[in-house]
Ligand binder design. Structure first.
Ligand code: KG4
Ligand code: ZN
Length: 363
């Protein structure tokens, strides 16, 4: 079975072609044994440069770019996969959550192809794509506590089996990736901020600056206090003190130019504050819900310190730890194709009349 999937939920246009190879075995819960898979093509066109001059993603620009990139990527993916589009058995697209005008482009292309070739269409939840990505390639979805950490989302989920999810906690303000991006901006570092901060944090002292770990007793997350703490710390580090309310404006005059050692230590301290919260809450959730497996996905899960510290904590607590390779953690269409394949094998199919849903709930 060959699946072609499109991912256009935000500012990345992505197309992948995945081929499943059937594998026999006993059913896992109510989930049928799934095929192992072979990725035939995976194309991602980033629009970072196009949006950089506006200081954030502009939906209109994103959807116009998807229209430009998608046909080119489609052709390249079919060429890389050495297949004809007519050989594809099902077409899938991210149906939400995301930007409406962007989601519409990928979904419309997938629906058009499904109708044109008389094949099934699958509307996939972007978050389910992330959540299942740690299983990419093996396909057996075991019960787990899953942490999704990306630019738009931070949530922990109890995964009982494929399609049976319960949200344990989510951010009440900024997502973890959003905090990385905003703090990087204050420091005059590039976008996306996560990899920039991680790079500078290497060799830094994670204990030098005392930054808050918010809502530790809750199952939800909060990162906006941490971001604000960094904002208030910056003028102190560079020796510009705020004396009166009128000076408040100066606090927001970013970016701040820090000395090399200060920048390294601040990046290390900030990163450690996020890692501490994510590791602690994820382990607590796994213990509370009595699962043996912890998974992590989404762009922030590329962070090597987070992967290392979560892995070590899991080992200490006797939990198995699973994550995808970094290229599968940031937005891509391979994870959407993989989710579609698992769902199709379990009898799921969408109607082509189904609308995209910018607020598509996972559970
Ligand atoms: O999953 P993703 O590609 O897109 C969304 O669905 O949001 O995640 C992008 C986010 C950005 O906020 C980016 O700064 C963050 O993931 N990110 C990282 C790292 N690589 C990407 N954060 C921390 N460390 C990294 N190495
Ligand atoms: Zn994402």
């Amino acid at each position: 079975m060959t699946i072609l999937a499109l991912e256009t939920s935000c500012d990345e246009t992505a197309i992948a072609i995945l081929r499943g190879r059937c594998r026999s075995g006993p059913p896992v819960g109510r989930t049928r044994p799934v095929a192992s898979s072979e990725l035939l093509a995976s194309e991602v066109a980033s629009q970072i440069v196009e949006h950089a001059k506006y200081g954030g993603v502009v939906p209109e620009v994103a959807s116009r770019n998807h229209l430009v990139h998608a046909p080119r990527l489609l052709e390249r993916a079919a060429h890389d996969a050495k297949i004809d589009i007519s050989d594809v058995d099902a077409f899938a697209a991210t149906s939400g959550p995301g930007l409406a005008s962007s989601l519409m482009i990928g979904a419309s292309i997938a629906k058009g192809l499904a109708i044109g070739f008389g094949k099934p269409y699958l509307a996939i939840n972007h978050l389910e794509g992330h959540l299942l990505s740690p299983f990419f390639g093996d396909g057996e979805v075991k019960p787990n506590v899953s942490l999704i950490v990306s630019g738009g989302h931070t949530m922990s989920i109890l995964v009982r089996e494929l399609g049976n999810y319960e949200i344990i906690g989510r951010t009440v303000d900024d997502a973890a990736g959003e905090a990385f991006d905003k703090v990087a901006k204050m420091l005059g570092l590039g976008y996306p901020g996560g990899p920039e901060i991680e790079k500078r944090a290497r060799g830094g002292d994670p204990k030098r600056f005392d930054l808050p770990r918010s809502m530790l007793d809750s199952e939800n997350f909060s990162f906006s206090g941490l971001k604000t703490a960094v904002r208030y710390l910056l003028p102190k580090i560079v020796g510009r003190f705020c004396e009166t309310p009128n000076d408040e404006r100066r606090l927001t005059q970013t970016p701040y130019k820090l000395a090399e050692k200060d920048l390294t230590d601040l990046c290390a301290s900030f990163q450690q504050a996020i890692v501490d919260v994510l590791v602690r809450k994820t382990i607590a959730a796994a213990q509370k819900h009595d699962v043996d497996l912890v998974t992590i996905s989404g762009g922030v899960s590329c962070n090597q310190e987070l992967r290392k510290q979560l892995r070590e904590s899991c080992e200490r607590e006797g939990l198995e730890f699973k994550t995808a390779e970094p290229w599968l953690c940031t937005d891509n269409a391979a994870m959407i194709a993989f989710a579609a394949m698992l769902k199709l094998e379990n009898g799921f199919e969408s109607k082509v009349a189904e609308e995209i849903d910018p607020n598509f709930a996972l559970a």
